[in-house]
Design a protein around this ligand. Structure first.
Ligand SMILES: NC(=O)c1ccc[n+]([C@@H]2O[C@H](COP(=O)([O-])OP(=O)(O)OC[C@H]3O[C@@H](n4cnc5c(N)ncnc54)[C@H](O)[C@@H]3O)[C@@H](O)[C@H]2O)c1
Length: 477
């Protein structure tokens, strides 16, 4: 990898050369004088000779780095978290489903460096941004990370760079929020640099669809940006789907996640209705799925979790207010899904009462799985925390077991649970609790042992039936 000073010098020489070449033509036009060689950049992407910068090395950014490296590009990975940067450069991983051996392989290959020094942004031909887009405390879009990153790029931006936002966000972010910041230094999008949006569709832990196998939607600010972003992504994903604008691409991502949020709310509602009628919703969904057209299965659960589905719909809801449009469908889905942990605790409470004549107060409850979905270590927005809060508010004590989360880390949202450790899943621990509650159905958990030892097993994922276990102690919720 070239040094900072050498890279800056090479960049400046390249900029000057481009400027001299273009000014040989129409000298009166300022735009022409700084015009960049789009064809040369396109060729560098197609020949995989470019250096690609990825900003934000988390659940999305890190697999993206792997995909880009896999197609032969050199990658500079940027993150403000110095600890993550140090770990990657040492060949370690901080994401469980990305093995350390993979990172060590990238480092050995000599084409990957992680850095916290943003001055080196000038070395890259394209910058792909994968920073968080959470909600504020008032449940409104929090673009602080996107804005912070754009402000870090702006002073380093040089002619001929492609900037792509991948973070999930509302339509308009790329051109209304990022573009003015990037243009502050005098460079123009579509002329001097190229701006695009391509939504991330990562599904962490999904072994069937890894980053390279998921087609990407791309939208550019102008035809050159679209052509360049398509050429770049075509090198490392199974296909690109160009759309007419960044706003359309932004809307595609929100539509995909809203579709999930609404359909999950629907099956959650059906679960409650059918349970009251003595009908098992999972059996219904399984049978309905045999219809070869017009039905797509979604599954109920203890509530929404993760960085996307509980959050992204509210990016659209917020933006829609600017147009005096209310998003009642989306808000209703949010309401139904938010009620789920309460419903699960009611089921637990009812079962303790009916079976043992106990109230929740004074019982010991073992929560199984606190990650937001199976076989991953991501606990963001996990409904497990709401369950813990509700159960403890009723006077019970809650322990948890999660093979992916040995200890609950400190977070702004769940300070009170930080430092709690996963208990071992021993017969003694299982017999010692009044009830176990399956929140997340990790494959590693021995559900046969759980069903055998626990006096009461509340199952929000149909994990026992899926493992072929039927026992009187199981209550679906
Ligand atoms: N996790 C998913 O399954 C998933 C799937 C699809 C889309 N997304 C979207 O992708 C985006 C990223 O999500 P994620 O799950 O990878 O988040 P993450 O928290 O795992 O990773 C984000 C990384 O960005 C870094 N970061 C924050 N601010 C930075 C800055 N100013 N400069 C450099 N680095 C910075 C953080 O240190 C962190 O390492 C979000 O918009 C999310 O909605 C996530």
């Amino acid at each position: 990898m070239v040094s900072n000073a050498a890279a800056e010098k090479a960049d400046v020489q390249r900029d000057m050369k481009a400027s001299r070449t273009s000014s040989r033509g129409d000298k009166s036009s300022a735009a022409a004088a700084r015009a960049v060689d789009v064809e040369a950049l396109h060729r560098r992407f197609v020949a995989r000779e470019a250096t690609i910068g990825v900003i934000g090395l988390g659940y999305v950014g890190l697999p993206l780095v792997g995909a880009i490296l896999g197609s032969g590009f050199a990658v500079l990975g940027f993150d403000i978290d110095a600890e993550k940067v140090a770990q990657l450069n040492a060949g370690h991983s901080y994401i469980r489903h990305i093995p350390a051996a993979t990172i060590a392989g990238w480092r050995r290959g000599g084409r990957f460096n992680a850095i916290a020094d943003f001055t080196r942004l000038r070395e890259v031909d394209a910058v792909l941004i994968c920073v968080p887009t959470p909600l504020t405390r008032h449940r409104e879009p929090d673009l602080a990370y996107v804005v912070g990153t754009t402000e870090a790029i702006a002073p380093k931006l040089r002619p001929g760079q492609l900037i792509v936002l991948e973070s999930t966000t509302y339509p308009g972010t790329t051109r209304e929020v990022m573009q003015p910041i990037l243009e502050r230094g005098g460079l123009k999008s579509g002329v001097d640099f190229f701006l695009a949006y391509s939504p991330e569709r990562e599904d962490p832990g999904n072994t069937q669809f890894s980053t390279t196998k998921i087609p990407k939607v791309v939208g550019g600010d102008g035809p050159d940006a679209l052509r360049l972003v398509t050429a770049l992504y075509d090198q490392f994903v199974s296909g690109t789907i160009p759309v007419s604008s960044p706003e359309t691409a932004e809307a595609v991502k929100l539509t995909e996640n809203i579709f999930r949020a609404v359909n999950i709310a629907l099956v959650n509602e059906l679960k409650m209705v059918y349970a009251a009628m003595g009908i098992d919703v999972w059996e219904v969904i399984k049978a309905a799925s045999t219809k070869p057209f017009g039905f797509m299965p979604f599954y109920p659960g203890p509530g929404l979790g993760g960085h996307c589905i509980p959050i992204d719909p509210f990016y659209l809801t917020w933006k829609a207010r600017e147009y005096d449009i209310s998003t009642r469908f989306i808000e209703l889905a949010g309401e139904v899904n938010t009620r789920m942990p309460h419903y699960v605790v009611e089921r637990l409470s009812g079962a303790l009462n009916e079976r043992f004549g106990k109230s929740v107060k004074g019982t010991r409850i073992l929560l199984l799985g606190i990650a937001y979905k199976k076989n991953v270590d991501d606990i963001r927005e996990s409904p497990a925390f709401k369950l813990m809060e509700l159960i403890e508010a009723r006077g019970a004590s809650v322990a948890y077991h999660d093979p992916y989360v040995p200890e609950i880390p400190m977070s702004r949202e769940h300070k009170e649970f930080a430092g709690r450790r996963s208990v071992a899943l021993t017969p003694a621990a299982l017999r010692d609790c009044d009830a176990a509650l399956i929140c997340t159905d990790h494959d590693e958990v021995d559900y046969h042992l759980v069903a055998e030892c626990c006096p009461l097993l509340v199952d929000t994922r149909n994990a026992c039936a899926n493992a072929g276990i039927a026992a009187a102690s199981i209550v679906k919720a």
